[in-house]
Design a protein around this ligand. Structure first.
Ligand code: SAH
Length: 212
């Protein structure tokens, strides 16, 4: 399942003109496939009503979820990226809603026993420190479970933020991902970057409190 998914995701188009300030990097297809398949194996895509991808860029994570027959919706601030994301979904024969929105002001009202999984690769906060913070905070407003990619060394930061909001880290996977040379200031054609993928889950008693 993972290999087939990865091969499909390799066909997706990336950013045509990546914007530095928005930290636009495409998640490598192998990692995108790994995360989404892990989510499925853990059972998180089973009961879920929808997968939300915050900062979806050209859509790889949302499309990966859709390819596993899950309803997916992606949000990004950049219209050009969303145009490519829509084209990518069309070419893959899946339907994904891609909506233009700044996550810092996104207002998602989800009613009646929501079961939402957020799967996202937010900006790492290399250009703007802790640019990933609003993404985590927003995801924690409406998700039961969150898969999120961060730069290595983020555990303390993620753990503290999660604790304050009734979430806990249940899994932490470490990878080294090849990032293609996207911006001209990078010297090598690609380099390996250590990243951490977190699975966060809303604590049970917090679910009760939220429903009260
Ligand atoms: N999730 C995609 C792209 C990752 S790059 C992938 O995995 O391939 C980070 C993305 O976050 C970019 O597409 C960028 O446009 C988007 N982004 C940055 N700041 C944002 C904001 N404030 N609101 C919404 N999207 C934002």
């Amino acid at each position: 399942m993972k290999k087939e998914l990865e091969m499909l995701l390799e066909k997706l188009e990336g950013f045509s003109n990546p914007k530095i300030q928005l930290e636009q990097y495409v998640t490598p297809p192998a990692l995108a496939a790994e995360i989404v398949v892990n989510a499925k194996l853990i059972g998180d895509l089973h009961a879920v009503n929808a997968v939300v991808d915050l900062g979806c860029g050209t859509g790889i994570l949302a499309i990966a979820a859709a390819l596993l027959d899950v309803e997916a919706i992606g949000f990004d601030v950049d219209c050009n990226a969303l145009r490519i994301a829509r084209k990518n979904a069309r070419n893959m024969g899946v339907h994904v809603d891609f909506v233009q929105s700044d996550v810092r002001t996104l207002c998602l009202k989800i009613s009646r026993d929501p079961d939402v999984a957020t799967i996202m690769n937010p900006p790492f906060g290399i250009q703007v420190r802790h640019a990933d913070r609003p993404f985590l905070k927003k995801a924690m407003e409406f998700s039961r479970v969150i898969y999120s990619i961060h730069s290595a060394g983020s555990e303390q930061f993620v753990s503290r933020l999660a604790g304050e909001r009734g979430f806990a880290i249940t899994h932490l996977w470490k990878y080294s991902i090849p990032l293609r040379r996207t911006y001209s200031f990078h010297e090598k054609a690609f380099k390996y970057i250590p990243v951490e993928v977190f699975r966060l889950e809303r604590k049970k008693d917090e679910v009760r409190n939220a429903r009260r």
